[in-house]
Design a binder for this molecule. Sequence first.
Ligand code: THU
Length: 129
Amino acid sequence: MNQDQAISWGDLWAAARRAAAEAYAPYSNLSVGAAGLTDNGRTVSGCNVENASYGLTLCAECGLVGDLHRTGGGRLVAVAVTDGDGNPLTPCGRCRQLLYEAGGASCLVNETHTVGDLLPGAFGPDDLP
Ligand code: THU
């Protein structure tokens, strides 16, 4: 799989929804699932994991990036983020930065966006000495 090959968004949305079903979200009651396609054709995913100390909550995209590295690394080509009912959710600011690191500006988000659209002028690895 590379940037030019077809992306099965149906499969990606389904994987994101399955991930959302595993969310631990007793405080917000918002289950979130994220699924990503890698540049070598793997599907990786994550769900949100909340904490009684609210600020320690882990977003679904955070779990997804962990899964990316745990299963062999590579780059994200496309990502879908959804609630438990299948409604698309836009990534929060912190997660846009995580997706920028793992997929770069060209990574597609929820079919209609790229990471570059969502985080214009991003700070990234190229800005470090
Ligand atoms: N959440 C995510 O998992 N990803 C996002 O990009 C936005 C927010 C989660 C965090 C928290 O568990 C719940 O949604 C409500 O903010």
